[in-house]
Design a binder for this molecule. Structure first.
Ligand code: ADP
Ligand code: MG
Length: 150
């Protein structure tokens, strides 16, 4: 059983995409090789926006040069904390498809993984996975909940 004292929950309300990216950049500064981040939330909630902030901090890319891997499932970016793997599993069928594509290798603790639509591979995610949930409040406002083991 996980008790409250083992979980750290941070909640933010942002009022622009840039502010969401700034929250993500702060998270990027606190993570290391092997970290897995599961991003949940509806379409348009800001998962890709958050990912752009995090990747731009880790990999020194401009956010506008970071694209969602919507149709190819995975983009990778080199960083000095290992390869950063950005997954979008929205169109992927199930965990078997994830395994068949050889993606499990990326969860081996050597890479940083950001996973949009992680629900289908829930059973493959380690318990230390950082959980980020984004929800829509208004056109420019989002609520971001970040839950991590301490
Ligand atoms: P998802 O990947 O969850 O489907 P995206 O990040 O692709 O969502 O899209 C979010 C959209 O909402 C972007 O067009 C972004 O500019 C806009 N947006 C407006 N306000 C915010 C905010 N506070 N945080 C994140 N995105 C926002
Ligand atoms: Mg997306």
């Amino acid at each position: 059983m996980i008790t409250d004292s083992q979980l750290n929950l941070q909640v933010y309300v942002t009022t622009s995409a840039e502010e969401t990216q700034e929250v993500a950049r702060n998270i990027a500064r606190s993570i290391d090789r092997g970290c897995i981040i599961a991003l949940t939330g509806d379409l348009g909630a800001g998962k890709t926006t958050f990912s752009k902030g995090l990747i731009s901090e880790l990999c020194v890319y401009e956010p506008q040069h970071i694209q969602s891997p919507t149709f190819i499932y995975l983009n990778t970016y080199p960083s000095n904390r290992g390869l950063v793997c950005h997954f979008d599993l929205y169109r992927l069928g199930d965990a078997c498809a994830f395994e068949d594509l050889g993606f499990c290798d990326y969860l081996d603790g050597d890479h940083i993984c950001l996973i949009e639509w992680p629900e289908i591979i829930e059973s493959l995610l380690p318990k230390q996975t950082i959980r980020v949930n984004l929800s829509y409040i208004s056109e420019s406002q989002r609520r971001i909940e970040i839950e991590r083991m301490i």
